[in-house]
Design a protein around this ligand. Structure first.
Ligand code: OGA
Ligand code: MN
Length: 253
C-alpha cells in the first residue's frame, strides 16, 4: 500500500475516533442534565368557587416548585444580606402594608439567584407575552413581610408598572385573595366574591388582564383556610414571608 494512502487512512481513523469520543462525552453531559420540565399552572391552587362568572383562568396562575431548594436558599440569603441594616417599616394608619422590609434586587446577587430570576422572567415572557424577549422589566423587588405584618387589598400602581404583576413566594406558605373593586378608588367593594390563590414556598403567581387591573390582591393572615380541590380544606400557618416581585414597565402611550 502506498505510504501516503496508509498515513491518510490512519489519520482518518484517529479523526473518527475523536469524533466518536466527543459525541460520547456530549451524550454523557446531556444525560446528566435534569429532565426538561414543561411548567403547567396548578389549577387546584386557584379556588374560583366564589369568583364572579366572567373570571377567566388566565387572569391568575400559580406555578409550583418553580425554583430549586438551592435557588430558594440563595435568594433568601441574598435578600437577608441586603436587608440586614433595615428596620421593620410600620407603615401609616392607612397603609396597604405594615411590618415589612423591602429592597430592590437587581444588583449584588449571587450567580444562583441571578440565574433563577432570569429564568423566571423567561417563563413569564413565555406565559404572558407569547415569548417576546424584549419585555422591559422594572427592577425586581423583594419584600420581607413579618409574620405579624399585613398586606391588605390594593391594586398595584398603573403609573409605571405594566400588564403583569408576578410574585415568587419564599420562607412561608400563604394565601392571596383577589376581590373585584370599583374603578374609582380601586378598593374592593365586596366580600361575597373573591378568588383565593394558594401560594406555597417556591411557587410563582402571575396576575394579568382583569386579575391585574380589575381585582385587588392581598395576603391573608395566618390561620386562613384554602379549599384544595372539592373535598379538602387546608389551614395555612403563615410565618415570616419573603416575596420577589416581577413587574414589566408600562408601555409609553
Ligand atoms: C406588592 C404586593 C405581594 C407579595 O408588593 O404590591 O402585592 O406577594 N406583594 O408580596
Ligand atoms: Mn401588589
Amino acid at each position: 500500500m502506498n505510504i501516503f494512502r496508509l498515513e491518510f487512512q490512519m489519520n482518518r481513523g484517529r479523526v473518527c475516533e475523536r469524533i466518536l469520543e466527543s459525541s460520547k462525552l456530549w451524550k454523557r453531559w446531556y444525560a446528566s442534565l435534569p429532565a426538561p420540565r414543561t411548567h403547567q399552572p396548578m389549577k387546584n391552587f386557584v379556588d374560583k368557587s366564589r369568583a364572579p362568572s366572567d373570571f377567566e383562568d388566565r387572569f391568575a396562575l400559580v406555578f409550583s416548585d418553580i425554583i430549586s431548594e438551592a435557588e430558594s436558599d440563595a435568594l433568601i440569603q441574598d435578600i437577608h444580606l441586603k436587608m440586614k441594616r433595615k428596620r421593620w417599616e410600620e407603615g401609616h394608619w392607612d397603609s396597604v402594608i405594615t411590618k415589612y422590609k423591602e429592597t430592590e434586587l437587581d444588583r449584588n446577587l449571587s450567580p444562583t439567584s441571578m440565574k433563577a430570576i432570569e429564568r423566571l422572567r423567561c417563563l413569564i415572557e413565555d406565559v404572558s407575552f407569547s415569548g417576546i424577549s424584549t419585555v422591559s422589566w422594572l427592577p425586581s423587588h423583594a419584600i420581607h413581610l413579618h409574620k405579624d405584618g399585613k398586606l391588605s387589598a390594593h391594586v398595584d400602581s398603573v403609573k409605571f408598572s405594566g400588564k403583569v404583576v408576578c410574585g415568587l413566594s419564599l420562607l412561608s406558605d400563604s394565601i392571596m385573595r383577589l376581590k373585584p373593586h370599583n374603578d374609582l378608588d380601586r378598593v374592593s367593594n365586596t366580600d361575597s366574591e373573591f378568588i383565593d390563590l394558594y401560594l406555597p414556598q417556591r411557587s410563582l403567581y402571575i396576575l394579568s388582564g382583569k386579575g391585574r387591573y380589575k381585582f385587588t390582591h392581598e395576603i391573608l393572615q395566618s390561620g386562613a383556610k384554602f379549599r384544595l380541590g372539592t373535598d379538602k380544606c387546608i389551614e395555612i400557618t403563615r410565618d415570616d414571608r419573603m416575596s420577589v416581585i416581577f413587574r414589566d414597565a408600562r408601555e409609553e402611550q
